[in-house]
Write a protein that binds this ligand. Structure first.
Ligand code: DUR
Ligand code: ZN
Length: 132
């Protein structure tokens, strides 16, 4: 499944809409037996750009998915791609301690991470509980 997810992420990357940065990113996640993939989508108003990871996650979420089993992210980087902070927090929303996070590049340099490494101390719903 790791290889299938990486392949799907590479395929999704070919749809990246990146007229400004020309930096193509692809992501693919496994949830409920289905693979959801996404690319980065830029905008003339740069701050409205949506990263590939969030595109894939939002596609899955709008299909009713609430837990990610595994996610692969790929870009043409020297080493494994490093997701931005916003995406790390969004992944955390739908990940648990078993979620496998594959960070890779076009040369096949792949690292397998879990949430504790991706974003230690990420904000959680329970952090809003004043009694804790
Ligand atoms: O993990 C990442 C990092 C960056 N980008 C996108 C956002 C923008 O389109 C381009 C350059 O930042 O790469 C992603 O999609 N995912
Ligand atoms: Zn991001």
């Amino acid at each position: 499944m790791k290889e299938r997810l990486i392949e799907a992420a590479i395929e999704a990357r070919s749809s990246a809409y990146v007229p400004y940065s020309h930096f193509e990113v692809g992501a693919a996640l496994l949830a409920g037996g289905t693979i959801y993939s996404g690319c980065n989508i830029e905008n003339a108003s740069f701050g409205l750009t949506n990263c590939a990871e969030r595109t894939a996650i939002f596609k899955a979420t709008s299909d009713g998915i609430r837990r990610i089993e595994a996610i692969a992210i790929v870009a043409d980087t020297a080493g494994p791609v490093s997701p931005c902070g916003a995406c790390r927090q969004v992944i955390a929303e739908f990940a648990d301690e078993h979620t496998r996070i594959y960070l890779t590049n076009l040369h096949g340099n792949t690292e397998e991470w879990t949430m504790d490494r991706l974003l230690p101390g990420y904000f959680q719903a329970k952090d809003m509980d004043k009694t804790n």
